[in-house]
Design a protein around this ligand. Sequence first.
Ligand code: G3P
Ligand code: CA
Length: 273
Amino acid sequence: HHVAVTHARQHTIQVVAHRGASEDVPEHTLAAYVKAIEDGADALECDVRLTADGHLVCVHDRRVNRTSNGRGAVSALELADLAALDFGSWRDRGDSTEAPDWSDPEYTSVLTLERLLELVADAGRRVELAIETKHPTRWAGQVEERLVRLLRRFNLADPPTPGESAVRIMSFSPRSLIRVAAAVPTVPTVYLAQFVAPRVREGRLPARARIAGPSIRIIRNHPGYVERLHEAGLQVHVWTVDAPEDVELCVRLGVDAIITNRPGQVLSQLGRA
Ligand code: G3P
Ligand code: CA
């Protein structure tokens, strides 16, 4: 027997595009996600909120004020109201090297989760999706209900095992994760946290989530944290990792996913682009 067997375990860090390739392109626009896919991102992150007429849209803040030319809470506006707003031009500093066409709706239209799911389905390669539910508790389960309905429509609700799922649901809200886990038990959940929590350290996450989502600040201040989480049987997905030295730290500590606004640069730092 002269078969050489290599046991070097290739631990590939998943690169997740935070709000799309949002360093280059207005966050949460279709163009930001198209760019992230072109850049080679393994997964896309998006925040979802419910409109007044029950549509899930990809908007981070409670209000549309920062990222559009409109005003008011997403929850008080209907999809048609949001569709009339410009979600891109606020980023037009007139100094872009690859000046986008600001009249192209891909750069300026509000993005529905449905449209993002279509984009991923048509990507031509496996692109995973990490969907974050934002302040979902006041909606008494409506956000999760709509979300699960969409996952079913796109045949993403029943992966045989969590490891095979192309989608995962993230939240700072334990209640939201519990609702998701009850409806779609094999879709993985990610418990996001800004602070070190003893329960998390011991591997006790809400909804029996097996993925912890700490901020890079936690990782910088507590370098032993990743190892602790791994020992507790959890995966570790860190946000938001943009600085090269932070990417370096994440590589050294062996995190499982890096969530970044600049997927192209991170992939080239990792030698994958
Ligand atoms: O990926 C998690 C991260 O996005 C959480 O923070 O405020 O950017 O949604 P935020
Ligand atoms: Ca987010």
